[in-house]
Design a protein around this ligand. Structure first.
Ligand code: ARG
Length: 462
């Protein structure tokens, strides 16, 4: 039996009922629905709508339902259109007709918005922990790989040497911003819609501030029409999820190319790779390719929901039921992907000799310009002179390190023997000591900062 059969002479067409039903996915909010109903029954009692005895009966029934959900013994019946219907139907079976009083002054419109917000509030901490786990893996790598220098790229062209640890940590900070976004998002998420009724508010003397407090919300929503239609929080969650997906995809793309034979900078551990059914030699970075691929799916979830929301008239429209699947899917995708990426990052093997071999003196052409700047030549001119040295080297099949002093002096007489000190990657890296740079001491300071942001024994630093 639906919750709205009164004004209908006939039963809904079975296919239309199936299309309408959301139980297949909104049963995920079962515990939140019960919790919301418990708090609502208390608010009704405080408002004098329910007697103490009635509330006690409803409480007992709801607690039994909660236990059934927890032990997975709750049975759904074919008429359970959504989780709200299922809970109310079961409550009636347990406590009898008093169950019919629970929905007084409430609508599924404010109820579903409340359940959904509660679900996110309950589940965001686990996503935060999963992000933190990958951050922890990146920090561990940065600690372990401190002595290694790699070529840094711009435009995917060899640019300047950097510490491998600096590169690892370059993937830590985007995730930190994602964690901050999640935390900031909670401010807008923790606003309680319950007590808004279908759209116009509730006529009973509900203390919505106390209700918000009881359910762990910061405050009640200020406008009932807005409250039942506001899905900004779902879109905002999907934006954060898409952003996380994008960050994972960027990391993944680099792991994929660095583990190709052409780069050969890293090798994935066997337990995080897959083989080919045809080519026996293959070792494929599937988890990273999936991270890259799923970033597209996550982006689709965001744009899909935004398109659903665009142009809806005020208050509740059934279109809004389309909000949950993308949110649940995005959440599941990320919580499945993050631990695998953390494990794969922790266990992959780095090949410092391959990284070193990919660095040649020409990558230090900027340092060559800086060498001239130190001798009083303006940077613009120094840049041009260093560029000429690069061209001379390329024309003669040499590098900046193998040009002779005579060749250097043919470019500018100021060059002397000290020019060859410029081309030590270690020194090149060490020169970039300013905050945020790749010098070992700057990276150590950065590492310390990163370590301090990790969750330690359940203490969040976001
Ligand atoms: N299953 C619905 C949803 O998820 C619950 C709200 C139904 N409200 C209504 N007026 N039909 O959006």
């Amino acid at each position: 039996m639906t919750l709205w059969h009164g004004r209908f002479a006939d039963k809904t067409n079975p296919d239309a009922f199936a299309l309408n039903a959301s139980i297949s996915f909104d049963q995920r909010m079962a515990l939140q629905d019960v919790r919301g109903s418990l708090a609502w029954s208390e608010a009704l009692e405080m408002a004098g709508v329910l007697t103490v005895d009635e509330q006690i009966q409803l409480r007992a029934g709801l607690q039994q339902i909660e236990a059934e959900f927890q032990s997975q013994s709750f049975s759904y019946v074919p008429g359970d259109e959504d989780i709200h219907t299922a809970v109310e139907r079961r409550l009636g079976e347990i406590v009898g007709s008093v169950a019919g009083k629970l929905h007084t002054g409430r609508s599924r419109n404010d109820q579903v918005a409340t359940d959904f917000r509660l679900w996110l509030l309950d589940n965001i901490p686990a996503l935060d922990v999963a992000l933190n786990e990958l951050q922890g893996a990146l920090v561990e790598r940065a600690e372990g790989d401190l002595g290694t220098i790699m070529p840094g790229y711009t435009h995917l062209q060899r640019a300047q040497p950097v510490l491998l640890s600096h590169w690892w940590l370059s993937h830590f900070w985007p995730l930190q911003r994602d964690r901050e976004r999640l935390s900031d998002f909670k401010k807008r998420l923790a606003v309680l819609p319950l007590g808004s009724g279908a759209l116009a508010g509730t006529p009973f003397a509900i203390d919505r501030t106390a209700l918000a407090d009881k359910l762990g919300f910061a405050k009640p929503s200020p406008n009932s029409m807005d409250a039942v239609s506001d899905r900004d929080f779902a879109a905002e969650f999907l934006f954060v999820a898409a952003m996380i997906g994008l960050h994972l995809s960027k990391l993944a793309e680099q792991v994929i190319i660095y583990s190709s034979a052409e780069f050969g900078f890293i090798e994935l551990d066997d337990v995080y790779s897959t083989g080919s059914s045809l080519m026996p030699q293959k070792k494929n970075p599937d988890p990273f390719e999936l991270a890259r691929g799923k970033a597209g799916t996550l982006l689709g979830a965001l744009t899909g929901l935004l398109a659903t929301l665009k142009g809806l008239p005020s208050t509740y429209d059934k279109d809004l039921q389309e909000d949950k699947i993308p949110v649940f899917e995005a959440y599941d995708t990320l919580t499945a992907m993050l631990p695998v990426m953390a494990g794969a990052v922790r266990t992959l093997m780095v090949k410092p000799e391959r990284m070193a071999a990919a660095i040649d003196a020409t990558m230090m052409a900027t340092d060559l310009a800086d060498y001239l700047v130190e001798r009083g030549i303006p940077f613009r001119e120094a840049h041009a002179l260093s560029g000429r040295a690069v061209r001379l080297a390329l024309e003669n099949g040499k590098t900046l390190g193998t040009l002779t002093l005579t060749e250097y002096q043919s470019i500018h007489p100021i060059f002397n023997e000290a020019v060859y000190n410029v081309f030590d990657p270690q020194q090149c890296v060490s020169r970039r000591k300013a905050l945020g740079g790749t010098a070992p001491e700057a990276v150590l300071a950065q590492l310390k900062q990163a370590q301090s942001l990790l969750i330690v024994e359940g203490v969040h630093h976001v």
